[in-house]
Design a protein around this ligand. Structure first.
Ligand code: ATP
Ligand code: MG
Length: 389
């Protein structure tokens, strides 16, 4: 019996004229994500995408991967059989055996989009319901809250038989919303911020600042591991790693300690702004949340925004730490984030940071530095890595 994956589009259905373009992007993303698990054919029909294996495919892995692709409301593995009532009655008990043996109650939901099929929906339900009761003696019908809803879809080419759909990753297909640059540390927050923007259809470029030898090779590898996990949702990520040691040393040598973190953050934003523009990104993304640390008061955020030309998106801005952690557990970045490698922020943290800074005091402190010269040499000291899931 042939098995396929049926994918129901999410918000796509709302997009009217753009719908077909959105579907094409979604299919392109699915193809990239599934190619490691075998060869598949893709067909669009009535806000559904059919993923049909050609030859030997790893359907378990393919189905898991589909669950992480944005732009999908729901999906399910499904038997794909000839549009013939006898074949349907024969195949359904066989295909759904495992799931029905576990269940106590069920109902059948028949959908007939091919009106030429000789049985109407209620007839299909009644016939298949009877057959399943006969085959699985322990089952009873519950039309209100069944353990399993068996669905039969009679479509143009084939009949599809499946159990309940699985909720998809939601959101919009990555690539439909433009591109933005995620400032990623090794912490808990920034990978979650990247995931949230990718969910809205944004393609991610990542920028990471490393300060060797104060930060280790493992700290950089941790960022790679985080991005590989985020890429399971966002697809391919272009990573730019910037050498930041000289800037941090200069700040420490020449600026007042309470402003260290903020001046450092302003350098990150200036450099990220330029790299992002050169890479055609329309915005910056950070993992900041109001009040979480001294450098994230609304005054401090105003001071970091003052040096960028691109808009800065902070999708976690109103979230509590425990809410952020619960997303990071869901997307499985949490265990990577809590590995104990020092980040460049933690290496130079001041004892008494200013919580109510203003732009003027920062600009004054920065007159001690050759800001443009430092940015220029940082921009020459970058490494590129292409990250795939
Ligand atoms: P995170 O958990 O993402 O590290 P955080 O709450 O620890 O966030 P900070 O360390 O103050 O906050 O950093 C604030 C934001 O600045 C991060 O979310 C990230 O977007 C960016 N950032 C911090 N350090 C770096 C770095 N080394 N490279 C790139 N971006 C960074
Ligand atoms: Mg951090």
């Amino acid at each position: 019996m042939e098995e396929i994956i049926l994918v129901k589009n999410g918000e796509l259905a709302l997009k009217g004229l753009n719908r077909s373009g959105f579907e094409d992007v979604l299919i392109k993303n699915l193809k990239r994500r599934l190619r490691a698990f075998g060869e598949f054919e893709y067909k669009k029909s009535q806000s559904t995408i059919m993923i049909i294996p050609v030859g030997d495919c790893d359907m378990d892995k393919a189905s898991d991967a589909v669950g992480k692709v944005f732009g999908i409301a729901a999906y399910t593995r499904s038997a794909s059989v000839e549009k013939n009532m006898d074949v349907i009655l024969e195949s359904a008990p066989d295909y759904l055996k495992d799931i029905l043996e576990e269940a106590e109650t069920f109902k059948v939901n028949a959908k007939r989009s091919d009106k030429a099929f000789p049985y109407k929906s209620p007839e299909i339900s009644a016939l298949l319901g009877g057959k399943l009761l006969e085959k699985f003696r322990h089952l009873s019908v519950d039309v209100h809250s069944p353990d399993v809803t068996v669905t039969v879809e009679i479509r143009d080419e084939k009949a599809f038989i499946h159990a309940d759909q699985i909720k998809g990753a939601g959101g919009m297909p990555v690539g439909t919303g433009g591109k933005a640059a995620l400032l990623i540390s090794g912490g808990i927050d920034s990978p979650v911020a990247g995931y949230m923007m990718a969910k809205r259809g944004i393609t991610l470029t990542a920028i990471h600042f490393a300060s060797p030898p104060f930060t280790s090779v493992q700290a950089e590898e941790k960022v790679h591991a985080l991005l590989r996990q985020v890429a399971k949702y966002s697809g391919h990520i272009h990573l730019i790693t910037v050498g930041f040691t000289e800037i941090q040393q200069e700040i420490r040598r020449k600026c007042p300690e309470p402003l260290f973190t903020l001046i450092m953050r302003r350098f990150m934003m200036r450099i990220a702004d330029r790299l992002a523009q050169a890479d055609n990104c329309a915005a910056l993304i950070t993992g900041e949340s109001v009040g979480q640390v001294a450098s994230q008061t609304i005054y401090a955020l105003g001071c970091t925004d003052a040096v960028t030309t691109l808009p800065v998106f902070r999708p976690l801005i109103g979230m509590d730490k425990d809410e952020i952690i619960s997303v990071s557990r869901k997307i499985e970045t949490f265990d990577i984030s809590i590995q104990p490698f020092e980040d460049c922020c933690t290496v130079f943290t001041p004892k008494h940071p200013r919580t109510r800074p203003n732009v003027k005091m920062l600009e004054e402190a920065e007159t001690a530095l050759d800001v443009e010269g430092l940015i220029g040499s940082a921009l020459e000291n970058i490494k590129i890595l292409e990250i795939e899931a």
